[in-house]
Design a protein around this ligand. Structure first.
Ligand code: KG4
Ligand code: ZN
Length: 362
């Protein structure tokens, strides 16, 4: 009979150096033995965003200690691991190379298989760190770098329904927050300010209204909000009202596109499960509005525990364990990828999401 798999996960694709140890039982039950996340926010704060060179250097300096801490907290030695999973992309490639190289070194030294994990696949399985969420499901992935709707049929089997044609939802939160003078990353600050605000005070544009697809666009909202911030925000109440209006507008767009995707998904899937993941899934208004949308369509709703919404290595370890269980391992020559869409075929075929110099975007 198959036994449990204990996997070390490593995540370094953006501005968090993270390591975790996760144990996955053959029936899919998950136990997080440790999850250590070291944020670099303080180092990037003076620049108002993530500086790739600073991120890469900081990962180099921190990775050794973070992995040691995750192993110590989990109370396991390298010899009791069944595999090592490391994010191999998409992300800031300097940082990805640090974590992936470290993962290769551990795998080689300990004689364990390496699993190169797509960061987005990590987010896709993150809901399973807190609840049962069997395949297949409809996924809304909303983070700082990504905003897409996908049907997830199994391990590594995704079909894209739609994605953003400009900014990601988290990026919109961050840029609007910046225009309001809030620190980076602005999403959580904007949410806090919105608590005392009136979401109906400032009417904001609704993007792609005439389109029937599941694509997103946030750049018009960003420009309009920046204009309101300059022209009409004088008092603390004005600021709170604008934050609440922006949050409501982002949540509404996410809900509208998810609603369309649910209709499309339900036509082919008898089991209706809607999963939302990524940093923006930590926003309570977004969660509530999406939960209501799912309920209206007869979908069960699952979101990861708050600490696993933003970047972490437990989701990478779990994605690695799922791959390992299916015998999907990587060679030590696997390369770091700045771009790596979950549904590569759709990303390459769709002219509205042009592939860049480095290949298809997400
Ligand atoms: O998943 P994540 O940690 O990193 C990426 O893979 O991008 O997501 C980070 C993003 C940031 O844009 C951040 O502002 C946003 O998630 N975020 C939030 C909240 N918490 C994090 N946005 C709105 N409300 C929040 N509470
Ligand atoms: Zn992420």
């Amino acid at each position: 009979m198959a036994s449990s798999l204990t996997v070390l996960g490593i995540e370094t694709s953006c501005d968090e150096t993270a390591a975790a140890v996760v144990r996955r039982a053959p029936d899919g039950a998950v136990e997080v033995l440790s999850s250590v996340v070291a944020s670099q926010i303080q180092e990037h704060a003076p620049y108002g965003g993530v500086v790739p060179e600073i991120a890469a250097r900081s990962h180099v300096e921190g990775i050794d200690g973070i992995v040691r801490e995750a192993m110590r907290e989990a109370g396991v030695g390298f010899d009791s691991l069944d595999g090592v999973a490391a994010t191999a992309g998409p992300g800031l490639v300097g940082g990805v190379m640090v974590g992936l190289s470290f993962g290769k070194a551990v795998a080689l030294a300990a004689g364990k298989p390496l699993v190169a994990v797509n960061h987005l696949e990590g987010h896709a399985v993150s809901a399973r760190l807190g609840a049962k969420a069997a395949y297949p499901f409809l996924l809304l992935l909303v983070s700082g770098g990504h905003c897409q709707l996908l049907s997830v049929e199994g391990v590594g089997l995704c079909k894209r329904y739609g994605s953003t044609i400009d900014d990601a939802a988290g990026e919109a939160f961050d840029k609007i927050a910046k225009a309001l003078g809030l620190p980076y990353p602005g999403g959580p600050h904007l949410e806090r300010l919105a608590e005392g605000g009136d979401p109906s005070r400032f009417p904001l544009p609704r993007a792609l209204l005439g389109h029937q697809g599941c694509d997103f666009s946030f750049s018009g909202l960003k420009t309009a909000a920046a204009r309101v911030a300059q022209a009409a925000v004088k008092t603390d109440q004005d600021r709170a009202d604008l934050c609440a209006s922006v949050q409501a507008a982002i949540a509404r767009q996410l809900a509208e596109r998810s609603d369309r995707a649910m209709a499309r998904y339900a036509a082919h899937h008898p089991h209706r499960l809607f999963v939302v993941a990524g940093g923006v899934a930590a926003n309570r208004t977004v969660r509530r509005v999406l939960e209501e949308t799912a309920a209206a369509r007869g979908f069960a709703f699952v979101a990861p525990p708050l600490k696993y919404c933003t970047d972490n290595a437990a989701m990478i370890a779990l994605a690695g364990a799922e791959r390992l269980a299916e015998g999907l391992v990587s060679g030590l020559d696997v390369a770091a990828r700045p771009r790596w869409p979950l549904d590569e075929a759709a990303a390459l075929a769709d002219p509205t999401h042009k592939p860049g110099r480095k290949g298809a975007k997400a």
